[in-house]
Design a protein around this ligand. Structure first.
Ligand code: PNW
Length: 457
């Protein structure tokens, strides 16, 4: 590896970019789309920074041809996006909304024409509002509804879509959506959120079966993983970190890859959860990892202090662990530390933990918020995004050299978009989005990524 800005990956490596429906599409009231949990959450005062919503976002629903052209110019092999369930079934069950399917027909056909492999996620957090009002992911009924939806999509697209993702980051929806109340649906159930994890895992397993029954193949999940670092060697910190690790990582991976739950979390799962493990562990073809940064965990802090901060929100001080700031590393503009070595550590830990039970890995997300805008000449010199991404790709190359089977990388994100509870304040894109004019401006990192992909051809 001679040039640190040009890490070497295998020549067969798949290069991609990622987005999600609610973060880019806009057009929330068009094409017969039903409302989602996020439409309702954004409408609650004080939930999202600046009162931002996904109502317009990047207007991708109308501008997708331009976005496909940009991806073609970028030279990616594959595009990871998500289907909005409420566009397909406006209330989450029942007849298909033909206009919703037609939008994804146009998108998928446009991608194929541009030589880009569509890699859709069936669910990236935009729960149909009707289902959310019925308990959402806390209600087991959603798992069969999700399987029906998966079957609809599989039947319609199996012949055109060669790689599928069931669910995005059940950990984040569980912890931030149902546990800490930072994202939709905004519930603060603490460990009481774990049924939402179980139902997402069960929905995943049922969807794998439904997709295959519909003729779709090459199916994975996109799970967020963060190495858990204990704040010290003390038994208290070690124990707190172990519990957090089970909660943030292994409860979402062990059931799928090993067909079992981490023991310490069993008391928080719905009764009979173990009976669902055979469905949850339906074999998958590959495993998707979203990586951003590790987490530093200590035992609960003293009275009056909080359980730590997540993106500026205080966690409940009664939790049996506390999140600590990681010091000594460069920070992205979101305040997340950049620690590429922890990415290698994460990937090798997967091989060590799962051995032969681990299918090939794809990195389904990795990226950083760097909020630079255009200078006087219109150039966006986001050197720090190039540094972050190059270093994290080098970390992937290190993991491959250490024997981890990583097949591809989807950068988060193609373009600046609606970053959930922090609205438009954080910019993760290779392309700058001007939210006034909807102009897209490729950043320096876009040209760097294009050159990097070219160099591997
Ligand atoms: C992921 N955390 O979310 C999501 O899949 C994307 O939709 C999102 O835009 C991207 O990462 C950037 O945030 C995460 O608190 C949200 O560790 C929170 C965390 C990690 C990932």
């Amino acid at each position: 590896m001679t040039n640190p800005r040009f890490p070497r990956l295998p020549s067969s490596f798949i290069w991609g970019v990622s987005t999600a429906a609610y973060q880019i599409e806009g057009a929330v009231n068009e094409g017969g789309r039903g409302l989602s949990s996020w439409d309702a959450f954004c409408a609650e005062p004080g939930r999202v920074i600046n009162g931002d919503t996904g109502e317009v976002a990047c207007d991708h629903y109308h501008r997708y041809p331009e976005d496909i052209a940009l991806m073609k110019d970028l030279g990616v092999d594959a595009y990871r996006f998500s289907f909005a369930w409420p566009r397909i079934q406006p209330t989450g069950s029942g007849p298909v909304n033909a206009e919703g399917l037609a939008f994804y027909d146009r998108l998928v056909d446009g991608l194929l024409e541009a030589g880009i492999t569509p890699t859709p996620t069936l669910f990236h957090w935009d729960t149909p509002l009707t289902l959310e009002q019925d308990g959402g992911w806390l209600n087991r009924d959603i798992t069969d509804k999700f399987a029906d939806y998966a079957h609809i999509m599989g039947t319609h697209f199996a012949d055109r879509i060669p790689r599928w993702i069931t669910i995005n980051e059940p950990v984040v929806l569980t912890m931030l959506g149902y546990g800490a109340g930072i994202q939709a649906p905004g519930l603060q159930l603490g460990f009481g959120a774990l049924p939402a994890a179980h139902h997402q895992l069960l929905a995943h397993g049922k969807a794998v079966g439904a997709l295959r029954a519909a003729g779709a193949n090459n199916i994975g999940i996109a799970n967020n993983h963060a190495p858990t670092w204990a704040a010290s060697e003390s038994p208290e910190d070690q124990q707190a970190a172990g519990l957090y690790d089970a909660l943030a990582n292994w409860v979402f991976a062990d059931p799928i890859l090993l067909g079992r739950y981490p023991e310490e979390l069993a008391p928080f799962l719905p009764e009979g959860a173990a009976d669902d493990l055979p469905t949850i562990s339906t074999p998958i073809d590959w495993y998707g990892i979203n990586y951003y940064n590790p987490t530093l965990v200590s035992a609960p802090v003293g009275p009056g202090e909080t359980g730590g901060l997540v993106d500026g929100h205080e966690l409940d001080a009664s939790l049996p662990f506390a999140l600590q700031e990681i010091e000594g590393y460069p920070l992205t503009d979101f305040g997340w530390p950049s620690i590429p070595a922890a990415f290698t550590e994460l990937l090798t830990s997967f091989t060590a933990r799962y051995g032969d039970a681990l299918p090939p890995i794809y990195i389904t997300e990795n990226g950083c918020a760097i909020n630079d805008g255009p200078d006087e000449t219109g150039v966006i010199a986001d050197e720090r995004r190039i540094d972050y991404t190059a270093a994290h790709l080098a970390a992937v190359a290190d993991a491959i050299e250490a024997g981890v089977d990583v097949r591809g990388y989807f950068h988060w994100s193609l373009m600046d978009n609606f970053e959930w509870a922090v609205g438009f304040s954080q910019r993760f894109g290779l392309i700058y989005t001007d939210y006034e004019t909807q102009e897209r401006i490729p950043k320096d990192s876009f040209r760097w990524y294009r050159d990097l992909i070219q160099a591997h051809r």
